[in-house]
Design a protein around this ligand. Structure first.
Ligand code: CP3
Length: 355
């Protein structure tokens, strides 16, 4: 069955998440909207700040549509950021040009106690308005993907106050103050369920949970701070919205991917660039896999990219699969390479092999 998108009103992206084998696999890219696109840079230069883009529904809609217009991916991810949730809870967030996110770091129990769900829905209304307007503007066959950061990754930014390679301040705070940290994780779990549910109610057909910093934790903390909250989030969403698949992304989890998938029970799992594909295919059970082309390969393009794409498609043949990168599109990427990638993934295998 080639290209289910041709004769189905259901977007092809959700088919493999619901148990259907698709050849060729559907494709979308993490960070498919962003700085590698000249039309994004033009709009970004006119807006006051990155967060203004996120909180202005017309701008967020336009940016979400930019890559879909150019390339016709099977999925469109809402243009927003994981840090809108901490912002809505009261950890004021800003993005410093050329540096990255800055938050007032949570220093003690009192600071955690001041965070509140009370204004979350109101603060994030522009995101839900954007979801509605994107859904109305997208082709029926393009799935709209909502997303949120996972509790550990959000807590890591809130405690650290900025990005970091190791998140040492966040990890030591969590180990020293388990009760306070536990309250923070519980609050974030509740906030993430509310934020994902609201995106689903506004029109998202799939949601993805980004645990970008799962890879800095040893096994016991990974289980308590990543696996357990993700399990609660997936269970709550299955209860409220059983028809909407959840894709989880515990980036850097390595061998811990196996227990995570088993314990969390998602419809799909996104693999980072370091995960051996044949291992994932043979070990991760009855779940849809997504990934895992190295974004650097997409920067380089040409025969290097074609070789890697061929390897991934060959390894995943016969497996429920969504083609994606192992992390976000890099700003250095040539937009023409993205067009070539999509064409290559959609070319039947026999033809691509010259048969
Ligand atoms: O197209 C899409 O994927 C949708 C939009 C999206 C953004 N951020 C837009 C963005 C998504 C899904 C995210 C998720 C996100 N944000 C994550 C999880 C995924 C990952 O990368 O691990 C994380 C950790 C963040 C936090 C964040 N936002 C950082 C660390 C930065 C600065 C680094 C950078 O790339 O500039 C951002 C800013 C950000 N988020 C930009 C975009 C397009 C760049 C802002 C700009 O235009 O200057």
């Amino acid at each position: 069955m080639r290209n289910p998108q041709m004769n189905q009103s259901r977007p092809s992206l959700v088919a493999p998440l619901h148990g259907q084998l698709c050849d060729p696999p559907p494709i979308w890219l993490m960070r498919q909207a962003g700085r590698y696109l000249p039309e994004y840079r033009a709009l970004r230069a006119r807006a006051g700040s990155f967060l203004e883009l996120c909180y202005t529904p017309d701008l967020a809609t336009e940016i979400t549509l930019q890559p879909v217009r150019r390339y016709g991916m099977d999925g469109a991810i809402v243009f927003s950021d994981i840090l809108v949730v901490p912002d809505a809870l009261g950890s004021e967030v800003s993005f410093v040009e050329g540096v990255g996110p800055k938050l007032t770091p949570l220093g003690d129990d009192a600071a955690v106690g001041q965070l509140s769900m009370a204004r979350l829905a109101e603060h994030l209304t522009p995101v839900y308005d954007a979801v509605r307007s994107i859904r109305a503007a997208l082709p029926v066959s393009t799935a709209l993907i909502g997303f949120a950061g996972a509790p550990w990754t959000l807590a890591a930014y809130m405690l650290e106050g900025e990005g970091s390679k190791e998140f040492l301040r966040a990890r030591t705070f969590a180990l020293r103050h388990p009760d306070t940290f536990g309250r923070l994780l519980d609050l974030l779990t509740e906030a993430v369920v509310a934020h994902l549910s609201a995106q689903i109610e506004a029109g998202a057909a799939v949601v993805q949970l980004f645990d970008s910093w799962a890879g800095v934790l040893p096994e016991p903390q990974f289980e308590a701070w990543c696996l357990r909250p993700a399990g609660r989030i997936v269970a709550a969403l299955k209860d409220a919205h059983p028809e909407v698949p959840v894709i989880v992304f515990p980036r850097g989890a390595g061998a811990k991917y196996a227990g995570y998938v088993l314990g969390v029970g998602p419809a799909g799992v996104s693999l980072d660039t370091s995960v051996p594909l044949a291992w994932a295919r043979d070990t991760l059970g009855d779940v849809c896999l997504q990934g895992n082309l190295d974004p650097a390969t997409l920067v380089v393009g040409g025969s290097t990219m074609r070789r890697e794409v061929g390897r991934i498609l060959a390894t995943m043949a016969g497996r429920r699969f969504i083609f994606n990168l192992g992390h976000g599109v890099l700003p250095e990427t040539d937009p023409d390479n993205v067009a070539e990638l999509i064409e290559m993934v959609r070319t039947p295998r026999a033809e691509a092999d010259g048969a």
